[in-house]
Design a protein around this ligand. Structure first.
Ligand SMILES: Cc1ncc(COP(=O)(O)O)c(C=O)c1O
Length: 453
């Protein structure tokens, strides 16, 4: 029988016996926070403490916690049609309506959606869409995927091979050899003279040429790097990368798992630079995390190739839960709320105000760059402001101080590279977070930094 009455110590000791967690190490999990309820931008733990959810859980709870509309949409759909296959020959209304809705919100070249249940699965699917595309067009040698140093794309085998944060590789190598990473310079802190965006994009072109364009299927890039430390590219980067991809017949995959669904102040992140990807992955914000859902949106060019395939070249890619009616019904309810409450616009306007607040902390001796876009922000910790010498190890202390004061945020540790960067505090509160709560986050971050100085 299910026993839902375990609390406190009993729950933790049962957890220790029976659960393996993401990024598992027993030391990190000696005294976990036990979340029991959530509302808006707040999370409550079993010992009755309230925390501001400064990262929207895992950059995903875009509309905020506890919205009854999503619970109602899930319950209604479950009572009507709990699950049915969406394999070829079958379909269901929530999946069809959500696909149409997402294509309507996406890029002008967007044509169709393949649904998944996570970010990594979306990226795996995107890689396979890319290989499929070139095989169909008689270029079977175009199989390699380029990704960028410090990018994060998930940790299943293909996605991990595209992810370029060394800590995720150490105990799981070797990577899939057809995945190639473009080393720094990446679109930030270009070391030479000249335009950082152009230089970083040209480094991708150099890799394409070195590998041979006939071997490259696609490049995958987050419009704004998230787990890598909230890195916003220079405005010239993606337009130049688009030109390079076109020049060499390389598909551009945007990983919009964090940047999708309003996080950056636009429905999708590449919109900031007027660039249209050939395909893009999404997850997280599509349901604000209430149920697992993700997907890949393909452009007309790719769609035409799939739709015109002979029977013996059909798209043999699949998953039981692709087009899950309950997840899709929740996705529709989530987008309805984002629309009605103007949350994308709010991410832009309140996000700017929030970052302006964080910038006031730049006067503290260990704060380097404060950066971000929309409701996505980062604050770099440095030992020496002049030289921007990174402060390593400070981040974890600030996170602990912030927790004492009732704020959950995340640190992107210097240990994950790049060598020129120190610990980075990452913030991505729900797009609906009240202005007073955003101000309180700024205040707590400031107090927490001062406490460790
Ligand atoms: C940009 C990006 N892509 C992919 C993923 C992987 O998503 P998931 O954890 O749902 O597999 C993440 C997760 O944080 C992400 O930030």
């Amino acid at each position: 029988m299910n026993d839902l009455s375990l609390t406190g110590d009993a729950l933790v000791s049962t957890d220790h016996r029976f659960m393996i967690h993401p990024l598992h190490h027993p030391q990190d999990h000696a005294a976990p926070k036990i979340f029991v309820s959530a509302k808006g931008a707040m999370l409550r733990t079993a010992d009755g403490k309230d925390f501001i959810d400064g990262l929207s859980a895992l950059w995903n709870v875009n509309i905020g916690h506890g919205r009854k509309e999503l619970a109602a949409a899930a319950a209604k759909q479950m009572e009507t049609l709990d699950y049915a296959s969406a394999y070829a020959g079958y379909t269901n209304e929530p999946a069809v309506r959500l696909a149409e809705r997402i294509v309507g919100l996406a890029y002008s070249n967007s044509a169709a959606v393949y649904f998944t249940t996570s970010g990594a699965e979306s990226n795996e699917s995107a890689f396979k869409f890319a290989r499929y595309h070139w095989k169909r067009l008689g270029k079977p040698g175009k199989v390699k995927i380029i990704s960028r140093r410090y990018g994060y794309h998930g940790v299943t085998m293909g996605a991990m091979s595209a992810t370029s944060l060394p800590n995720y590789h150490k105990m799981f190598g070797p990577m899939i050899p057809e995945f190639k990473q473009v080393a720094p310079p990446y679109p930030y802190r270009w070391p030479g003279n000249g335009d950082a965006g152009i230089g970083a994009a040209d480094a991708v072109e150099a890799l394409i040429q070195a590998e041979g364009p006939d071997t490259i299927a696609a490049i995958i890039a987050e419009p704004v790097m998230g787990s890598g430390g909230v890195i916003v590219p220079p405005a010239t980067y993606f337009p130049r990368l688009r030109q390079i991809c076109d020049r060499h017949d390389v598909l551009l995959i945007a990983d919009e798992v964090i940047t999708g669904f309003g996080r950056t102040g636009q429905w999708f992140g590449m919109g900031h630079w007027g660039v249209e990807p050939d395909l893009f992955s999404f997850a997280k914000g599509v349901t604000s995390g209430y149920l697992p859902l993700g997907g890949v949106v393909i452009s007309r060019k790719l769609h035409d190739v799939i739709q015109s395939a002979p029977a013996d070249e059909k798209f043999m890619h699949a998953a039981t839960y692709s087009g899950h009616p309950v997840c899709c019904a929740v996705g529709l309810a989530n987008i309805d709320i984002m629309d009605k409450e103007g949350l994308v616009e709010r991410a832009r306007v309140e996000g700017d105000r929030f970052r302006a607040g964080l910038e006031t902390l730049a006067s503290l001796s260990c704060v380097g760059e404060v950066r971000g876009i929309g409701m996505l922000a980062a604050l770099e910790l440095v030992e020496d402001k002049g030289s921007k010498k990174p402060a390593k190890g400070l981040g974890a202390k600030v996170v602990a101080q912030a927790a004492e004061r009732g704020l959950i945020l995340r640190v992107r540790a210097a240990a994950d590279g790049p060598p020129a960067s120190g610990d980075v505090l990452c913030l991505a509160p729900p797009l609906s977070t009240p202005a007073a709560t955003l101000d309180r986050i700024v205040q707590i971050v400031g107090e927490s930094i001062q406490a460790v100085l």
